[in-house]
Ligand binder design. Structure first.
Ligand code: NAP
Length: 335
C-alpha cells in the first residue's frame, strides 16, 4: 500500500472499521474512501457495483457486517445470514471485478466448530458442527472465507481472511441488550457505582476462559497482513492472553471503582468453558499484540465516560465525570 493508494474501509463507523481508519490515518494514508451505511448499502449489488466502478478502490478492508449479540443472532437468523452473505458476495466480487489489488476480509472465531480443540487452529475450520445460536452468522462468514479463497484460486485475486478474537475498545456498543461481555460488564459496574448498589450479579460461575483483543491491535494486524500476507489460508488474530470471566470482572470492577460485591448466579449457564485461538501463524510472521488487557480496558472505560459525559448535561454529569476520570487515571498509575 502506498500513502496515496485509494483505500476503502467498509464499515468505517463500526468498532473494527473505525480502528482501521484511525490506524491508517495515523500512518499517513491520505486517500481513504469512506461511505456510511446510509450512503452505500452493501447488501445492494447495484449500489456496491456502482461505488466500485466509480471509485476503483485499490485496497479494501471489509469490516462491514451485520453483527449482534447472542439473542439477535439466534432470533434474527434470516437477517444475519442474508445480509452477511450479500455484503461478502457484493464486496468481494465488485472489488475483484473493478481491479482492486488486495482485499482483507474479517471473519470471526465463531466460524470454528463448537467443540474444536483448544487453542483453536486455523485448520479446525469445517471439521465439526457450529454453535447453533450463531450458525447463520458463522455460515455467512464461512461463505465469505471460501469466496475469497475461490477467487484467489480461479482469478488470482489477492483476498485474505482474518479471524479476530473477541474485540473491545473505543467505539464499542455499550447497550446492555446487545453488547458483548466487556462493555456489558463496564456498564453494569458503572451503573451500580452511580446508583450506589451493594452488589452486581453476573451469570454463571465466572470460570470460563476467554481471549480479548483490543481493536487498535486488530487494526494494526489488519494493516500488517495487508502488507505482509498473501495466502488463501485463513489466519487467526488473537492477543495470546487468556483470562477467566471472574478475573476480567475483577479488573473491570477495579477500573470502574465499584466498591460493592460481585455475586455469581450459578443457576445460570456458563457457556463454552474455553475459547482461545492459536495465533502462532501470525506470530511466526513477526506480529504480536501490543495493548495489555488492563491498559486496554482502562482506556476503553475512559472512552466510555467521555462519550457518556458528552451526552449528559449540567453539574451532576460534571461531578460524575471527574469521579470517573480519577478512577481511570488511578488504574493507569497502578500499571
Ligand atoms: N466485535 C467483535 O468482537 C468481533 C470479533 C471478531 C470479528 N469481528 C468482525 O469484525 C467485523 C466488524 O465487526 P464490528 O464489531 O466492528 O461491528 P460493528 O461495530 O457493528 O460495525 C459494523 C459496521 O458495518 C456497517 N454495516 C452493516 N451493514 C451494512 C450494510 N448493509 N451496508 C453498509 N454498511 C453496513 C455498520 O453500519 P450501521 O451501524 O450504520 O449499520 C457498521 O458501521 C465483522 O465482520 C465481525 O465479524 C468482530
Amino acid at each position: 500500500m502506498e500513502k496515496t493508494s485509494r483505500i476503502y474501509v467498509a464499515g468505517h463507523r463500526g468498532l473494527a472499521g473505525s480502528a482501521i481508519v484511525r490506524n491508517l490515518s495515523a500512518h499517513g494514508f491520505e486517500h481513504l474512501l469512506l461511505r456510511t451505511h446510509a450512503e452505500l448499502d452493501l447488501t445492494s449489488q447495484a449500489q456496491t457495483e456502482a461505488f466500485f466502478a466509480s471509485e476503483k478502490p485499490e485496497y479494501v478492508f471489509l469490516a462491514a457486517a451485520k453483527v449482534g449479540g447472542i439473542l439477535a443472532n439466534n432470533t434474527r437468523r434470516g437477517e444475519f445470514i442474508r445480509d452477511n452473505l450479500l455484503i461478502g458476495t457484493n464486496v468481494i466480487d465488485s472489488a475483484w471485478k473493478h481491479g482492486a489489488r488486495k482485499l482483507v476480509f474479517l471473519g470471526s472465531s465463531c466460524i470454528y466448530p463448537k467443540f474444536a480443540s483448544q487453542p483453536m487452529r486455523e485448520d479446525a475450520l469445517l471439521t465439526g458442527p457450529l454453535e447453533s445460536t450463531n450458525e447463520s452468522y458463522a455460515i455467512a462468514k464461512i461463505a465469505g472465507i471460501k469466496m475469497a479463497e475461490a477467487y484467489r484460486a480461479q482469478y488470482g485475486f489477492d483476498a485474505i481472511s482474518l479471524m479476530p478474537a473477541n474485540l473491545y475498545g473505543p467505539g464499542d456498543n455499550f447497550d446492555l441488550e446487545s453488547s458483548h461481555v466487556v462493555p456489558a460488564l463496564m456498564r453494569k459496574f458503572h451503573e451500580a457505582k452511580v446508583s450506589g448498589a451493594e452488589s452486581v450479579t453476573l451469570w454463571g460461575t465466572g470460570a470460563p476462559l476467554r481471549e480479548f483483543l483490543h481493536v487498535d491491535d486488530l487494526a494494526d494486524a489488519a494493516a500488517f497482513l495487508m502488507r505482509e500476507y498473501s495466502s488463501g489460508e485463513i489466519i487467526n488474530v488473537g492477543s495470546g492472553e487468556e483470562v477467566s470471566i471472574r478475573e476480567l470482572a475483577r479488573i473491570i470492577q477495579e477500573i470502574v471503582g465499584f466498591q460493592g460485591e460481585i455475586v455469581y448466579d450459578r443457576t445460570r449457564p456458563d457457556g463454552t468453558p474455553r475459547k482461545f485461538m492459536d495465533s502462532s501463524r501470525l506470530r511466526g510472521l513477526g506480529w504480536k499484540a501490543k495493548v495489555g488487557l488492563r491498559e486496554g480496558l482502562a482506556a476503553t472505560y475512559a472512552w466510555f465516560w467521555e462519550t457518556e459525559a458528552a451526552r449528559a448535561h449540567g453539574l451532576q454529569s460534571d461531578v460524575l465525570t471527574s469521579g470517573m476520570k480519577e478512577n481511570a487515571r488511578d488504574t493507569r498509575l497502578r500499571e
